[in-house]
Design a protein around this ligand. Structure first.
Ligand code: KG4
Ligand code: ZN
Length: 339
């Protein structure tokens, strides 16, 4: 068993968490403490994340967040087996604050330090919550990323698809902005969509039916813009129609991904969703339906573990420790693809 402190400062959440591995160093694990301070209120007046403000807020709050995570876990730094910190991808200022702090703790207490790819954190969360076995398929949909990944093992990822234009979270945020809804837009669009008619607007399903697994959301955004200009009062209907189109696009791509997986492994496995957009209840329900009748296992971590958090980073540290997979501390990597 191992106990790891995780630190996450790559975007607009300052987070620290202590996680314990399962009995054999594997999953499912136990989240002993999980503190997340969102900076939404700091950035909301600007309609998006301001890197300079984010870096300052991380600097001002991280020490206190770590103290709280350790206190809630009733642990001392000496009790830890390792420190894990996000070193990319993300905003440079925040990444510097997180990695410098983690390095200092690791150095003072002579603990191993794991510099973790934020996307690996999202990719392995389902092993923390459900102990799911490799390989599996992951749909990662957040503000900066839209990918279908084959997760073969710790550090062994193959990207099967990406977006050729906007990230899905970005499409949600832009849709909200066009409709005058506050930042961050994803949860607002979801809320408005509940009151709207999903068939009110026939928005495009970009790349639908094509061979590729890639996704595209800019055409959908353009259609939303037109509708918002023509009928600005129909916010709920536009949101509902947008969300339905997104659900159809994701379902179409993933059904294809299932086929490709089956060609390689001759069996179904598990579909995991991760990233901020995976907190969306409508999309979760929609995607669950495509796993039914196909023998695919469906795993959606709780919404607070889909959005950014440090438990997933601590868990990636647990996995790296168990796999004896040392990562050289090469400093921050603001751009860092997973494969
Ligand atoms: O993973 P995340 O917390 O941060 C990044 O790494 O980007 O994802 C944030 C994104 C934002 O674009 C936000 O609008 C979107 O996830 N999001 C949602 C929902 N909650 C957050 N999108 C749709 N529905 C939601 N309920
Ligand atoms: Zn994220």
């Amino acid at each position: 068993m191992s106990l790891v402190l995780g630190i996450e400062t790559s975007c607009d959440e300052t987070a620290a968490s202590v996680v314990r591995s399962g009995r054999h160093g594997d999953g499912p694990g136990e989240i002993v403490s999980n503190i997340v301070r969102s900076q939404i209120a700091d950035h909301a007046p600007f309609g998006g994340v301001v890197p300079e403000i984010a870096a300052r807020a991380h600097l001002q709050t991280l020490d206190g967040i770590i103290e709280r995570a350790m206190a809630e876990a009733e642990a001392t730094f000496q009790d830890l087996d390792a420190i894990a910190v996000t070193s990319g991808p993300g905003l440079a200022g925040g990444l510097i604050v997180g990695t410098m702090t983690a390095r200092a703790i690791a150095a003072v207490h002579s603990k191993p330090l794991f510099t973790i790819n934020h996307l690996e954190g999202h990719a392995l969360t389902a092993r923390l919550t459900d102990g799911v076995a490799f390989p599996y398929l992951l749909l990662l949909v957040s503000g900066g990323h839209t990918q279908i990944l084959l997760v073969r093992g710790v550090g062994d990822y193959e990207r099967w698809a990406t977006t050729i234009d906007d990230a899905l979270g970005e499409a949600f945020d832009k849709t909200a902005k066009l409709l005058g809804l506050p930042y961050p837009g994803g949860p607002q669009v979801e809320k408005a969509a509940r009151k709207g008619d999903p068939k009110a607007f026939d928005f495009p399903r970009p790349l639908g039916g094509r061979e590729t697994l890639d996704m595209s959301f800019s055409g959908l955004k353009t259609a939303v813009r037109k509708a918002a200009l023509a009928e600005p009062e129909r916010v709920d209907d536009i949101c509902a129609s947008f969300q339905t189109a997104v659900g159809d696009v994701l379902a179409d791509r993933l059904t294809r991904a299932f086929e490709r997986f089956k060609q390689e492994y001759s069996r179904p496995a598990a579909l995991i969703v991760a990233g901020g957009v995976a907190a969306n209840a409508y999309l979760r329900a929609r995607l669950q339906t495509i796993t039914q009748g196909k023998d695919w296992r469906w795993i959606a971590p709780p919404p607070n573990l889909c959005t950014d958090n440090a438990a997933m980073i601590a868990w990636a540290g647990v996995e790296r420790l168990a796999a004896n997979s040392i990562i050289e501390d090469e400093g921050i990597r603001p751009r860092w693809p997973l494969d």
